[in-house]
Design a protein around this ligand. Structure first.
Ligand code: F3S
Length: 392
């Protein structure tokens, strides 16, 4: 890999031990993937921020770092709402450790937004190079925006944030963004909302694995694309997908799919995933809700009172920009939390069965929360939380 003179100087330790360590991570990664150079990035998103996932070993390593990020950088969700953690029932001992993790990142200059939806925080454009690590954010950036990021690990995203660059390989290269297979979906209706796209993504991710699928036969809107990609990133390892005539690279490169493996998925095979059964709590906002999704929940929940806990998760700045929707949701007895989510927070571990409207949460909740999981539409989730029949 060719380094510029100033990059060589960083590698030699001339700008401090932490920057040297971070450059070593990027160079090692670049060599593994045969990158020819480092390229500047517009923003970074760093995973490994929840004390639940990184523990004391991660905290100790973070505490040794002494540098500042070179580009706008946010964190992945952490283990609690930084303001309302007591209200969530988080133990003070956990909260103390979580604050230490957050403080270690703050010392590096990272913005204290803890979200898997950095695209609601920083303007991100087609063709921007990024170093994002949360898998649903990566899928959204690549597929929906047409920005370019590999699925970074926590350390490589942090290294890129501090150096301001990333090795040029993988999805940063146009030729690496072509589809590997075609998934034709039959029988989709206009009534299929984003829980359906989550369930479809859950099935499609198992088919695609880490390949790049090109979808035909669906016309998802933005939040539905978010649900589709998040679920594929979780049940498979999809970091980029295309939807014919919808997503930017699909339009620009006009893929014809000729010669590619084609798989047909019947919508009728996907819908049975969305069954019901015993539910102890309901969780919405995986990935974190957009302002439009908060408003949709507020509209659906108007006039209802929840009978079992209903949690809604979103980025702090999205919550602060949506005071009316948040107030309307909380009038029902539901709670809206920032900075965290149903998977990285320990709060959901108290429940035996959790209902979600997300294919990604559907994939992760059993292992991460030790709970049974059900998936339904947003409307069904709210009805169940309010003690009503899900499909009334
Ligand atoms: Fe985001 Fe947590 Fe889901 S990080 S994508 S809300 S599992």
């Amino acid at each position: 890999m060719q380094l510029l003179p100033d990059e060589e100087a960083v590698l030699a330790g001339e700008s401090g031990g932490t920057r040297q360590q971070m450059m070593e991570i990027l160079v090692a990664l670049g060599k593994v993937f045969s990158a020819e150079r480092l390229i500047p990035i517009k923003s970074a998103q760093v995973s490994g921020a929840s004390y639940k996932t990184i523990g004391d070993a991660g905290l100790e390593w973070l505490s040794t770092l002494d540098a500042r990020v070179a580009v706008p950088t946010v964190l992945n969700p952490v283990g609690m709402d930084r303001v309302l953690w007591r209200d969530m029932g988080i133990a003070a001992s956990f909260a103390k450790k979580q604050e230490e993790v957050i403080a270690a990142y703050a010392r590096l200059g990272i913005k204290l937004e803890c979200t898997c939806t950095p695209y609601y925080i920083y303007t991100t454009r087609y063709g921007d190079h990024l170093a994002w690590s949360e898998s649903s954010a990566v899928a959204y950036a690549n597929a929906v925006i047409g920005a370019r990021t590999n699925r970074e690990g926590g350390p490589s995203a942090l290294a890129a944030a501090i150096i301001g660059k990333t090795p040029e390989y993988g999805l940063h290269l146009v030729e690496e963004r072509r589809p590997d297979l075609v998934i034709t979906v039959e029988g989709v209706t206009d009534h299929d909302e984003h829980a359906f796209y989550g369930a479809l993504g859950y099935s499609a991710g198992k088919i695609a694995g880490n390949r790049i699928p090109l979808f035909r036969g669906i016309r998802p809107k933005r939040d539905q694309l978010k649900a589709l990609g998040a679920a594929m990133a979780a049940s498979g390892a999809v970091a980029l997908y295309h939807v014919e005539a919808i997503t930017p690279d699909a339009r620009i490169f006009a893929y014809d799919g000729a010669g590619l493996e084609t798989v047909v998925v019947e919508a009728g095979e996907v819908r049975p995933l969305m069954d019901t059964g015993r539910v102890d709590a309901v969780a919405l906002g995986c990935p974190h809700c957009s302002a439009g999704e908060l408003q949709a929940i507020a509209d659906l929940i108007a006039g209802k009172k929840v009978k079992i806990p209903l949690y809604v998760f979103a980025a702090r700045s999205v919550i602060e920009a949506s005071p009316d929707a948040v107030a309307a949701i909380e009038r029902s007895g539901a709670r809206v939390y920032a900075d965290t989510c149903m998977v990285v927070s320990p709060v959901m571990e108290q429940y035996g069965a959790i209902m979600v409207n997300s294919g990604k949460a559907f994939a992760y909740v059993p292992d991460m929360c030790g709970a049974a999981v059900r998936i339904g539409t947003t409307d069904a989730c709210i009805r169940v939380a309010a003690g009503e029949e899900p499909d009334a």
